[in-house]
Design a protein around this ligand. Structure first.
Ligand SMILES: Nc1ncnc2c1ncn2[C@@H]1O[C@H](COP(=O)(O)OP(=O)(O)OP(=O)(O)O)[C@@H](O)[C@H]1O
Length: 560
């Protein structure tokens, strides 16, 4: 179905007043019809391909643009990447450049955040924008490809900004302000449509997981994971910092038991890796750990997802469905993002955890289950309890063995070993040799704040392995990332022991002074301390040479 683009207003101001009014009323009518038609098509879109067809065919033309890109905010909360785009807009990348459509960019790239902050569409004239220092590289590349204007609008899903829709025009005045309201209306409809599509993709992924699980469960024999050479158990947790080593020692003690574990920490710190390690080190390891992401489920599906349902239990229940609790029989159930579980479901979950039995929706009796629970959250659950969003009794039931995973910025000594690990992994996956890391690059990685934690570091290195030329690592670590807003209040100000702060600060200064302690350019002089005092303080804080001598620590690690 093709929606007619609104014809250009030919000399509207020169026509008699009445004619102008009629014309603008006609235009309003056409726009409303277009909006209605688009909205019904978008509402019916079941997958990305459906949506792509709708947008491809209708959007740029309707608004006078040439191309579009729809960028969504990534899970790390600090970058955005294209989710949909016009087929033909993959502007060829220059030497050493990532094609625009596959790269990810910081949210604060100078353009994207303007659209996020505005309730109205934002028109950007490329030549003017390029005079500003903060403009992202993709603006220059679009300009070189003949684009002169961009029209951006925020996309929201469930009231939360999830991305930005970009339209690109080839000449100044491509976009008429009269159509901005319509553009905004379509963006709002798209937000709702995306919710459906993303949710559908997640459900499809879960179905694939269940099928895979079932297949593997049938084939699995004891110890098969080790045989396959997978990095399992405690070995999968990479890190030499005291924070990580403490966690490893806690895991060694608690893994053999059936105790419930509550993993707390910012997004991307490795909670899922730790959950997997606990499972792999437990007697349940021969059965696959089952995971559910509580943030990805609409409230109405919780009960059926976790406890299952019988055929015909409700409209749409065409088949019997086995819930995650039953799938996790004799194994571990990882309840990720437990802080997102709806209040109305919390009492039911508590009962199941206490009674160790579930009832399928529409089922005739209870089913005993033997499941170990590991829950994780990046929320402060105590605060959530105080705010009335989380039941105190459920919190106590989950908080049997709490494990706090520190953010990467508080354990920077883990960075070199993580860098080596990810470089080797992604180089092997791309049949390349792991690139050498120049000291300067390692230093910049150590100085970065990593608001997206290990996930952000991993993604950067994955990208860098692909893009690095020759055998030397090149990274694109935009300065704006340092200033990226942290995902929540707690992350923006996470309280750490004074001793940790002191240790980090001294390490930073010593690194800045290239490891020199004494002398006029040494760290002691910069800190206005006698070098003997600084040395003894470093000794007390357990700071050793390898902690600030990057070359030495790298050599040590690659020798392992
Ligand atoms: N200590 C670690 N050793 C090896 N890889 C790690 C470590 N910590 C995190 N990672 C990697 O970083 C990425 C993010 O980790 P993970 O998914 O476990 O974080 P998370 O805390 O569960 O995040 P979220 O709260 O967003 O679900 C994963 O790809 C994981 O493999």
């Amino acid at each position: 179905m093709q929606i007619e683009s609104t014809p250009k207003q030919t000399g509207g101001l020169h026509t008699p007043h009445g004619h102008f009014l009629i014309e603008s009323l006609e235009q309003q009518k056409r726009e409303q019809a277009a909006l209605l038609e688009l909205s019904s098509i978008i509402a019916g879109a079941k997958n990305r391909q459906d949506l792509r067809m709708v947008i491809n065919d209708q959007l740029p033309e309707l608004f006078g643009g040439r191309y579009y890109t729809l960028c969504l905010i990534n899970e790390d909360g600090v970058t955005h990447s294209p989710f949909l785009h016009t087929e033909q807009n993959s502007i060829p990348a220059g030497r050493g450049e990532t094609p625009i459509i596959i790269s990810s960019h910081p949210i604060n790239d100078g353009i994207f955040e303007k659209a996020l902050a505005s309730e109205e569409p934002v028109l950007i004239e490329l030549q003017t924008a390029m005079k500003e220092k903060t403009v992202p590289r993709y603006v220059y590349r679009w300009f070189n490809a003949g684009i002169r204007e961009m029209l951006l609008v925020k996309i929201t899903g469930g009231g939360i900004p999830i991305g930005v829709l970009y339209l690109y025009g080839e000449k100044k005045g491509s976009f008429q302000p009269e159509k901005f309201k319509l553009f905004k209306g379509i963006a709002d409809i798209l937000g709702a449509g995306f919710g459906n599509v993303i949710f559908g993709e997640k459900i499809a992924q879960q179905l694939r997981e269940i099928r895979k699980y079932k297949g593997q469960a049938e084939e699995s024999e004891p110890g098969s994971q080790e045989k396959a050479g997978q990095c399992s158990g405690l070995k999968s947790i990479i890190g030499t910092s005291s924070g990580i080593q403490n966690i490893v020692s806690v895991i060694e003690r608690i893994a053999p038991s059936d105790s419930t574990v509550l993993l707390l920490g910012e997004t991307g710190t490795g909670k899922e890796v730790i959950a997997g390690a606990i499972h792999d080190a437990s007697p349940r390891r021969n059965n696959r750990m089952i995971k559910i992401n509580c943030a990805a489920l609409p409230h109405s599906l919780f009960e059926s997802e976790l406890f299952g349902h019988e055929k015909g239990a409700f409209t749409g229940a065409l088949q019997r469905r086995i819930g995650k609790f039953e799938l996790a029989e004799n194994s571990t159930l990882f309840l990720d993002e437990i802080g997102e579980i709806p209040l109305e479901f919390q009492a039911k979950l508590l009962r199941v955890l206490q009674e160790k039995e579930i009832e399928r929706i529409g089922g005739k009796g209870v089913i005993k289950v033997n499941v170990r629970i590991i829950a994780a959250t990046n929320r402060n659950l105590e605060e959530e309890v105080k705010a009335g969003n989380f039941r105190l009794d459920l919190y106590y039931r989950l908080n049997v063995v709490p494990v706090s995973v520190p953010p990467l910025r508080n354990r920077k000594e883990d960075i070199p070993v993580l860098v080596t690990h990810f470089l080797q992994r992604y180089a092997a996956a791309n049949r390349k040799k792991a690139p050498v890391v120049p000291d300067k690059i390692m230093e910049s990685l150590m100085h970065h704040d990593w608001p997206g934690n290990v996930r952000e570091l991993e993604h950067l290195l994955e990208r860098s392995v692909l893009l690095s030329k020759g055998n030397v690592l090149q990274v694109d670590l935009p300065g704006t990332l340092h200033k990226a807003p942290l995902p929540d209040k707690e992350a923006a100000f996470s309280i750490v022991p004074l001793e940790t702060m002191e240790r980090e600060y001294i390490l930073k200064v010593v690194r800045l002074c290239n490891g020199r302690i004494a002398g006029p350019n040494g760290a002691a002089a910069k800190l206005r301390l006698p070098s003997t005092t600084l040395n003894s303080r470093m000794q007390k804080l357990g700071i050793k040479k390898e902690h600030f001598n990057i070359r030495q620590s790298l050599r040590k690690m690659t020798a392992i």
